[in-house]
Design a protein around this ligand. Structure first.
Ligand code: ATP
Ligand code: LTN
Length: 333
């Protein structure tokens, strides 16, 4: 049976980009295979973060997972930090990925460029090692993510290739080779205030947060940066703002960009166009946000995470043992 795994790190408030690029798709895999969805809280420590903010973000993501339609009976939902095998496999995996390749990671280059050399932690540099450990621990085949994470998955594939080559046998690979899965529409939602940049939760300039109230969300859409042409069509290079809004519209209506562009063909008033995009966003997010509020109030996510940790640990510990054994660590049972 196909294994699907993904995670989101609780570094900040989730954005519409996280929702469209990742979160919204997780539930679609529930009937296709065995799904593991976790909160990458250890990854959130790779940039400075206040402990209370981290705890709150973590609770929020747990509630958003449930609100998005993930069913804890079908999907194992858990915290990365509550399954110690992640950190243990990380300690092994770090010896099979190299400094040169880690320093070429776009995410590392982007994030470290904004920091003082003295503040750049080793964890930020080694981020993809832990991410690779997250993936291989569950023998995961398919990793649904936004486009920006594909480079990390490629590195994970290099790790799998290397370890299988060194420790696999003719009949048995040590690790399962994963592949990234990006949605056709909305794999990279851009910032509404600067549509040449990715909408990102740790760079929150005027972007749509899932926790914003509907009025604020509508206001942000109505004031999204567009252009002077007053004509709606898809051209990400010359019309990044309009193209981004078209993408949001298409993704949330489950139609292609071409269909969305066709729908707005001849529309020369950006106000009307934006209003329709805002209606679409509201239709999708209003019930989702209401479910989120209920889940936070009931605290039901706590039991879900506890149960998830048990289920995830069982699977992860088996892989960890297999790897420990393969690399030559003496097991005493
Ligand atoms: P940060 O700003 O802290 O790096 P982020 O907003 O990029 O965070 P992540 O936690 O790195 O979010 O990503 C969670 C998931 O959401 C990943 O699968 C990522 O690819 C996806 N994602 C993030 N931003 C976008 C976006 N703008 N468009 C589409 N998918 C996105
Ligand atoms: N790096 C991812 C979060 C993440 C992840 C993973 C995603 C950590 N480990 C394993 C898929 C599989 C991100 O959201 N930026």
């Amino acid at each position: 049976m196909e294994r699907i795994l993904s995670g989101i790190k609780p570094t900040g408030q989730l954005t519409l980009g996280n929702y469209i690029g990742a979160l919204r798709h997780f539930k679609d895999f529930q009937d296709k295979g065995e799904v593991f969805i976790f909160i990458a809280d250890l990854h959130a420590l790779t940039l400075p973060i206040d402990p209370e903010v981290l705890r709150n973000n973590t609770r929020d993501i747990a509630a958003f997972y449930l609100a998005s339609g993930l069913d804890p009976k079908k999907t194992t939902i858990f915290l990365q930090s509550s399954v110690s095998a992640h950190a243990e496999l990380n300690a092994i995996a770090q010896n099979y990925l190299y400094m040169g390749e880690l320093s070429r990671m776009t995410q590392f280059k982007d994030k470290s460029a904004k920091m003082n050399d003295k503040e750049i932690g080793l964890g930020l540099f080694a981020y993809p090692v832990l991410m690779a450990a997250d993936i291989v621990l569950y023998d995961a085949d398919t990793i649904p993510v936004g486009e920006d994470q594909l480079q990390h998955i490629e590195l994970c594939r290099d790790l799998v290739h290397r370890m299988n080559h060194k420790y696999g046998t003719k009949d048995h690979d040590l690790l399962v080779m994963p592949k990234g899965s990006v949605s056709k529409v909305g794999k990279r939602i851009m910032s509404l205030s600067d549509p040449t940049k990715k909408m990102s939760k740790s760079d929150p300039k005027g972007d749509i947060f899932l926790k914003d109230d509907m009025k604020t969300i509508r206001k942000k859409i109505m004031s999204a940066v567009t252009d002077m042409e007053a004509n709606v069509y898809y051209d990400p290079e010359n019309k990044p703002g309009v193209s981004n809004l078209l993408t949001i519209y298409a993704a949330l209506n489950d139609i292609s960009i071409e269909e969305a562009a066709e729908h707005f063909k001849g529309c020369t008033r950006y106000g009307d166009f934006k209003k329709e995009v805002a209606d679409t966003v509201e239709r999708e997010l209003a019930p989702f946000k209401a479910r989120y509020e209920e889940i936070i109030a009931s605290g039901e996510y706590i039991e879900v995470l506890k149960d998830g940790a048990k289920r995830a640990s069982e699977v992860a510990n088996k892989t960890l043992k297999r790897v420990q054994n393969a690399v030559g660590l003496l097991t005493l049972e």
